[in-house]
Design a protein. Structure first.
Length: 497
């Protein structure tokens, strides 16, 4: 007779899970480390493969090197070894994941893992069990984040000159800043906030439905909550990208620049409008900036002179697509849709390749097309929002004199585009809206906070992260369905016995 404690897959003669030989109390820790290691190493391996393919193509093409000395490149084997070793660093993300998950499960007093635990068999009071989970997770989260924060980073270290004693000798002094883990802490905070607000709203709905008091307005609030969060978050992100790019991570800035495909001179001109360096109807020495674009696109040079052109024509914003704002918007959508398909389609086809079928292939194509339409509309709404404020609606409401044009180009037109772009989320699959909203919300909050701050204030961030993680992990063990989206599936998989 097969033992009742044997895994079902083994009892049926099927393949056992990869961690079935690991003691149950240690399985969450091992799963967390493996997942963290894969998240660090796999993207870098993929980049390495792409680099090797590009290098091979160039070498086969036999392109001229103009006799220039090329810097020595690291061999593929050395790069592979370095990437694999990076994931083993005890101060990096894999060790953080293992410390967080392992600590929260192993430190838990009377934890739910391990059937031989005395306190589990005694079935302690429910509130006491929840408290033990919170305390264990809070402690593990605190020390795991400290582990990440202990790693030195050049971006958060600054060397300044300081006078020594009464002498005039200047000695270098190294100052360390906090903020390296800010994005992770804000991610945990947003997830905890989503759990708390979601649970309160669910309880309210249950009561009002039972009393037949649930209204259409409340239904609409539930349906539009995630799109609204996404739209507001994107507005903050795009505003920062346009006027305060240092508030965004470098990789995020680079991706937005690639998707937006905009001439830097146009951005700089609108930035100068906001700082009032460029003012319409006045000679402020700013004509040279946009006149460079006029020469390149073969426009009249006076279009780039703010003292003459009040304002510069919207055709400058269109960057060669002609004077029609609507045609420019359509052109932007087509180009952005094509650019997005090159990103989404291979990813969707890669998922289908595991178990190919015509139905899954059709779903992959539709999913890629829908996501591409969303991103194409996002870019289109931003640009057309700028045109609405500059040409179609703004002048009729604000006026057409130089002062009104200064206000429109000084922030109103960009703000309109920022407000409009995020509502493209309504084109995306409803099931993905919550993940996308909770993905951009922490990045939006980060734009309101300094990327670096004094080290003596770091305990505040650590406290927020530990408390937020305790809320999320306790909810996973108590009410798994409350953690929405992909994160809920991941945590349920990692934390199960």
């Amino acid at each position: 007779m097969t033992s009742s404690l044997q895994p079902r897959s083994a009892a049926r003669g099927g393949p056992q899970k990869w961690d079935s030989s690991i003691p149950p109390p240690l399985r969450p820790l091992v799963r967390a480390y493996a997942l963290g290691y894969a998240s660090v190493v796999v993207p870098r391996l993929f980049t390495l493969v792409l680099q090797q393919v590009t290098t091979t193509r160039k070498s086969r093409g036999g392109g001229p090197d103009n006799g220039a000395l090329q810097p020595p490149r690291e061999s593929a084997v050395v790069s592979l070894q370095r990437i694999l070793r990076t994931g083993l660093d005890p101060q990096r993300f894999p060790a953080f994941c293992a410390t967080l998950v392992g600590g929260s499960t192993l430190l838990e007093v009377g934890g739910t893992h391990g059937s031989s635990c005395l306190l589990t068999r005694l079935r302690l009071h429910h509130c006491g069990l929840l408290l033990s989970q919170c305390v264990a997770t809070f402690t593990a989260a605190w020390f795991s984040l400290k582990l990440l924060q202990s790693k030195a980073s050049q971006g958060f270290t600054e060397t300044v000159s300081a006078e020594k004693g009464n002498d005039s000798n200047i000695t270098p002094k190294t100052i360390k800043y906090a903020g390296r883990t800010l994005d992770l802490s804000l991610f945990a905070f947003c997830r905890a906030l989503d759990v708390v607000i979601g649970e309160l709203w669910a309880q309210r709905r249950t009561r009002r439905v039972a009393n037949q008091q649930w209204t259409r307005v409340e239904t609409d609030v539930s349906r539009l909550a995630d799109p609204s969060i996404f739209a507001v978050s994107c507005a903050l992100i795009m505003w920062s990208w346009f006027y305060y790019p240092s508030r965004l991570p470098g990789a995020y800035n680079k991706w937005i620049n690639s998707a937006a495909s905009v001439d830097k001179r146009l951005i700089e001109a609108l930035q100068r409008c906001r700082t009032k360096e460029l003012r319409y109807g006045e000679e402020t020495g700013q004509a040279q900036l946009l006149q460079g674009m006029c020469r390149e696109y073969k426009w009249p040079l006076q279009w780039g002179d703010p003292a003459i052109a009040v304002p510069f024509p919207c055709e400058v914003v269109h960057m060669g697509c002609g004077p029609s704002c609507e045609y420019h918007a359509l052109s932007r959508f087509c180009r952005s849709f094509q650019w997005s398909m090159f990103t989404y389609l291979p990813l969707n086809l890669l998922l289908v390749a595991r178990k190919p079928s015509f139905r899954k292939l059709k779903q992959a194509l539709l999913s890629a097309a829908r996501s591409s339409a969303f991103l194409g509309a996002f870019i289109t709404f931003f640009y057309y929002g700028v045109c609405l404020a500059r040409t179609r609606i703004g002048p009729h409401l604000m006026g057409k004199d130089a002062e009104a044009r200064n206000r429109i180009d000084g922030g109103l037109c960009v703000g309109t585009g920022c407000f409009a772009c995020g509502w493209s989320i309504l084109l995306e699959n409803p099931g993905r809206r919550k993940d996308m909203a909770l993905f951009v919300a922490p990045r939006a909050l980060a734009t309101l906070l300094p990327r670096r701050y004094p080290l003596d204030k770091q305990w505040r961030e650590t406290l927020v992260f530990a408390a937020s993680t305790a809320v999320v992990f306790t909810c996973v063990l108590e009410k798994p369905t409350r953690i929405r989206g992909v994160l809920g599936n991941v945590l349920n998989t990692v934390l199960r016995p």
